[in-house]
Ligand binder design. Structure first.
Ligand code: 5AD
Ligand code: SF4
Length: 505
């Protein structure tokens, strides 16, 4: 769930579709009754939607355009790729321009400002819709799992055409047909599901790297967090499905995968044949042609010695671990229901650093949790100084209705929170700058991701430890792993020079 996310680049230039070529929409009889089993049912509805698109094309003399806006974490980004895959399969042209015939916001609700942003942008969509009578607007994702949100949209944003949640996203094609046939707002939000539907089309943003869901949901119930309420209980995908998906991606040119889950360290516990996350990584490592493996996110309480060993021995697992701290105060950690103490976290971080010295550690920190005092903030700062993170995402506590923390009485006044937040941020920036600078003068391998948007003579690559490096080169290197001399550290990124293969470390 971290935001160490991938840099965006021109979607038109390079994109890649994962299609299940054995499924041909032309062979589906849309006059027959829809199949009951998934994913065949969704392909049936895709074939139906395609008729609607063809009709639009005939009448308007152009293809309808659709815009998928991702507003959340990497799990959401992957969901957005699935939405795009379905839209493209049924014939929509994809665009990043919100002035389109179909616009869908894939929302986040982890903090309240994410919700406010959605309402603001909906106002803008309304003005676009008034000018384009064909325009349809849909909302999905985590925010839609909240009852109060649906009530508000029904009342004040009546121009929205379709709303669905996180559990029935696989039914997108079916919901689109309902929307096409309905004049009223279509709302379909489920409380939970135990379904995992495989084999739907995905439109990948990058041809050379991809996120892979390995599990959905969360069972941890940290007291501030809304995720377990909007993403439901933990469900792991079968390892065979994950490995088959990665093999197919690799055959399509993917060299780096990011295994995604709210808490990857508890992967596999609910499978018929339980498997650990470390066990899954061992299998992923064996996939020939795959060069790099990343994963996100790890809960410190579940990070096993087995995982540390697998990371240490691996040639493919990147030297980066995102290990959310949230607070350095044992008292606050207890109130957060994190189930580790300051000392346990520090011991874990130390053990990881000892076993894998070149690893970059990043973290998430919340300032202003109910009851937090200046001395608790000092404890957090102490952990930052001791661990020396390469980066830390610092958040102001946001009260999420329905979570245990929202009902706590000792909410911290805004000015006190702001003061603590600024202090933490300053320490994070100073320590991170020093950590990142440690690589200066080294030659490291970088996966080239894009042409630099400000200076097209430069290309941008990512090191195994997730640090960004810009260096002279051209777009033909995108997707390749090249050795780069890390010449100058500029805070959080490097300026470098491409080197001869033989000097790579
Ligand atoms: N307020 C502030 N930050 C939060 N996070 C999760 N819930 C909240 C909240 N209510 C942060 C945590 C988590 C990251 C994804 O978002 O730090 O790790
Ligand atoms: Fe991701 Fe959580 Fe936001 Fe949902 S609420 S998009 S799971 S960060």
């Amino acid at each position: 769930m971290g935001r160490t996310g991938y840099i965006l680049y021109n979607r038109k230039e390079r994109k890649s579709r994962e299609m299940y070529y054995d499924i041909n929409l032309d062979n589906i009889d849309i006059n027959a009754a829809p199949p009951t089993e998934e994913s065949a049912r969704q392909y049936y509805f895709m074939a139906k939607c395609r008729e609607w698109v063809k009709d639009f094309e005939q009448k308007q003399g152009r293809l309808p355009r659709s815009c998928v806006v991702n507003m959340g974490c990497q799990m959401n980004a992957r969901d957005s790729e699935k939405l795009s895959g379905i839209l493209e399969t049924i014939g929509y042209e994809l665009t990043e321009d919100e002035n389109a015939d179909f616009v869908i916001f894939n929302t986040c609700t982890v903090r309240d400002n994410a919700n406010q942003r959605v309402y603001g942008r909906l106002g803008h969509l309304n003005s676009l819709k008034k000018k384009n009578p064909h325009m349809k607007i849909a909302l999905c994702g985590c925010m839609m799992q909240e009852h109060s949100v649906i009530e508000k949209i029904r009342k004040s944003y009546r121009f929205v055409d379709l709303i669905f949640g996180t559990h029935n996203i696989y039914k997108f094609a079916e919901l689109l047909t309902v929307m096409f046939e309905s004049r009223d707002m279509v709302v379909d939000v489920w409380k939970d599901t135990d379904q995992i539907v495989e084999n739907l089309p995905v439109e990948r943003k990058y041809p050379f790297k991809s996120g892979i869901n390995i599990m959905f949901g969360c069972n941890n119930f940290c007291s501030y967090c809304i995720v377990p309420y909007v993403r439901g209980r933990e469900r792991s995908r079968n390892p065979e499905d994950i490995l088959a998906e990665i093999r197919r991606l690799v055959s399509e040119g993917v060299v780096e995968v990011m295994l995604l889950g709210q808490n990857v360290n508890s992967y596999g516990r609910n499978l018929a044949r339980p498997m650990t996350f470390a066990g899954l990584l061992r299998e992923v490592e064996k996939i020939e042609g795959l060069e790099r493996i990343r994963f996100m996110t790890s809960h410190p309480k579940d990070l096993s010695d087995e995982l540390i060993q697998v990371m240490k021995e691996s040639k493919k697992i990147c030297r980066h671990l995102h290990l959310p701290l949230q607070s350095g105060s044992t008292r606050i950690l207890e109130a957060m229901n994190r189930r580790y103490t300051k000392e346990q976290y520090l011991a874990l971080a130390l053990k990881i650093r000892e076993e894998i010295p070149d690893i970059a550690l990043t973290t998430d920190i919340i300032v202003g949790f109910p009851g937090e005092k200046p001395e608790d903030v000092e404890e957090t700062i102490d952990v930052i100084r001791q661990v020396q993170y390469d980066n830390a995402f610092t958040f102001i506590y946001s009260k999420r209705t329905g979570t245990p923390a929202a009902a706590m009485e000792n909410q911290v006044p805004e000015d006190v929170v702001k003061e603590g937040f600024d202090k933490v941020l300053k320490v994070v920036q100073d320590t991170a700058r020093n950590r990142v600078a440690l690589l200066e003068g080294q030659v490291q391998k970088a996966l080239v991701e894009e042409v630099n948007q400000q200076d097209p003579s430069l290309i941008t690559g990512r090191l195994s430890n997730n640090t960004i490096v810009h260096f002279k080169g051209d777009g033909s290197l995108i997707g390749q792993i090249v050795p780069v001399y890390l010449k100058e550290c500029h805070g959080f990124y490097y300026l470098g020079e491409i080197r001869d293969e033989s000097c790579a470390q």
